[in-house]
Design a protein around this ligand. Sequence first.
Ligand code: ZN
Length: 160
Amino acid sequence: MALRNVLVVEHDNDTLRKKSREITEITDKIRTLAEDMKETLYEKNGVGLAAPQVGMLKRLIVVDIGEGPITLINPVIAYRKGSQKEMEGCLSVPGVWGIVERPETVIVRGMQLDGEMTEFEATGLLAIAFCHEIDHLNGVLYTDKVIEYVNPDDTQQEGK
Ligand code: ZN
């Protein structure tokens, strides 16, 4: 396993703003990428990371809100309900935080690294993390959706 360099806005917009491609075959390269993304996520104290953030335009995300890692290939939001407005940050947009409106509940479907399809019903922070990371796969950054930027001086921050 190895740490990967996390791309940042403006400098790496040519990659971060592109749509990622579907993964059609789970190769050793994909498995290594997933492991490296997990390691990078923990090193950066983030709650989620999408492959384009490490320079790979592939539909692969890793999310961990403190309940263990979830790795999903070709994830899609199959259902969304309600809304929540919470503060978000992003490892690719360092030093900035803002309030974003997201669904309160989502059902996300995707493939596991073993090729099995899986489904998660997520609420709260996990729903936010899925929406945020899946946006990355479409070249969308949370800053596109910010209602209001905030100064998080006295709050513990987490990047996604
Ligand atoms: Zn992000």
